[in-house]
Design a protein around this ligand. Structure first.
Ligand SMILES: NC(=O)c1ccc[n+]([C@@H]2O[C@H](COP(=O)([O-])OP(=O)(O)OC[C@H]3O[C@@H](n4cnc5c(N)ncnc54)[C@H](O)[C@@H]3O)[C@@H](O)[C@H]2O)c1
Length: 345
């Protein structure tokens, strides 16, 4: 399976995509309400006419089979055939949804991603995972399917709200923590341009994915912060509290750094440095609103667990990460109060 798509850096408008894939192909643009407003005008470029645009409402609730069905119906009614190219213009929600819908439509049509969030640039569009949520469980229905290309144009990020920017920064910092200590330091010191961060993060993620496309082993290191992070995210969704994916991953890395000290040999000094770096950037999440038992049970349902044991990906030093480390679920009861006491001061 091809897991890494070609990445084209630089200005990307519809003309650029059509130049790449041919005048004769039919194109369909998938976007959400925000990317239609903020990104489609730039994507139009000098084109007098755009191809048909499918717009979904924005947000995780719409990353669903119901939206896929609307998209498939739209594509069928517009007469799209198997030779068509679908263009996902948006963040990770649009690329996951549009990629999955394209992978299933007529048993698979080509799609490309034009990421418009930092999170999508450095994470969601790289690595061939597509999918939708089911019954408020994240990414339960999906497939491994790589786009034909990713067009990386950081001008699209200029309209991104601060909290969505930070959401992507959590993944950027994670890349440094699991694979490149100097990168972690440079990001904390805000030494890099957006484009430099995107390139370095993509290089790290691509190398990890290329070594293990289907996540049987080393790719799991990308999940640092995600066992706790996903559980927090799901619990906040159930509680009706809006939080971003990255904010939960940042809180997850904060707490999992304590696990890394206890179970992966991370030094106390580096554990402290990780937590200080994260706290400097990310406001504390209101975890006291959540039931510890619920977060614990959500962690127990994590896809990475084996034989009823919680397995985490944890750094043994900054810039290097281990995976499949068994961690007792009860440890969460210690970390949550430490997080609340330290971060909410
Ligand atoms: N496939 C993968 O490997 C992978 C990896 C990580 C995350 N994901 C998925 O990605 C999603 C999260 O991605 P995300 O953070 O990009 O979320 P998102 O796509 O929902 O975007 C966040 C918000 O920003 C808005 N937005 C997007 N681009 C904008 C722009 N340029 N200007 C203004 N507003 C803009 C969106 O409409 C939305 O309201 C989740 O569904 C997650 O499961 C997938």
């Amino acid at each position: 399976m091809q897991a890494i798509a070609p990445i084209f850096y630089g200005a990307c408008t519809f003309e650029r995509v059509r130049e790449q894939f041919g005048e004769e192909r039919r194109y369909l643009i998938v976007c959400d309400s925000n990317t239609r407003n903020f990104c489609l005008p730039l994507f139009r470029g000098g084109a007098t006419e755009l191809p048909p645009v499918f717009e979904t409402e924005a947000g995780e609730d719409f990353k669903s089979l119901a939206t896929c069905e609307k998209l498939w119906t739209f594509a069928l009614q517009q007469g799209f055939d198997r030779d068509s190219v679908w263009i996902n213009l948006g963040g990770g929600m649009v690329s996951d949804l549009g990629g999955f819908a394209a992978a299933c439509y007529k048993r698979g049509v080509a799609f490309v991603n034009v990421p418009t969030t930092l999170l999508a640039c450095v994470d969601a569009t790289v690595g061939a995972k597509t999918g939708v949520n089911l019954l408020s469980e994240k990414n339960m229905i999906g497939s491994f399917r790589a786009p034909e290309a990713i067009f990386m144009d950081t001008r699209y990020l200029e309209s991104l709200p601060r909290e969505e920017w930070l959401s992507g920064m959590a993944e950027v910092l994670k890349h440094g923590l699991i694979a490149d200590a100097a990168y972690w330091e440079d990001c904390l010191a805000a030494k890099l341009s957006t484009l430099e961060m995107v390139r370095r993060s993509i290089d790290i993620k691509s190398a990890v994915v290329a070594a293990d496309p289907l996540e049987n082993g080393p790719r799991k290191i990308l999940n640092f912060g995600h066992t706790v992070g996903h559980a927090l995210e799901a619990a906040f969704v159930r509680a009706g509290t809006h939080v971003t994916h990255g904010a939960c991953v940042a809180a997850g890395m904060w707490m999992e750094s304590l696990a890394a000290e206890a179970f992966a040999g991370l030094s106390a000094a580096e554990g402290e440095a990780i937590r200080a770096g994260l706290s400097a950037l990310f406001p504390a999440l209101p975890v006291e609103q959540l039931s510890v038992a619920e977060v614990r049970s959500l962690m127990a349902g994590d896809k990475k667990n084996r034989g009823g044991e919680i397995r985490m990906s944890l750094p043994d030093r900054i810039g290097h990460c281990l995976f499949d480390i068994a961690v007792p679920a009860g440890a969460l009861e210690e970390w949550l109060p430490i997080y609340t006491d330290t971060c909410q001061k």
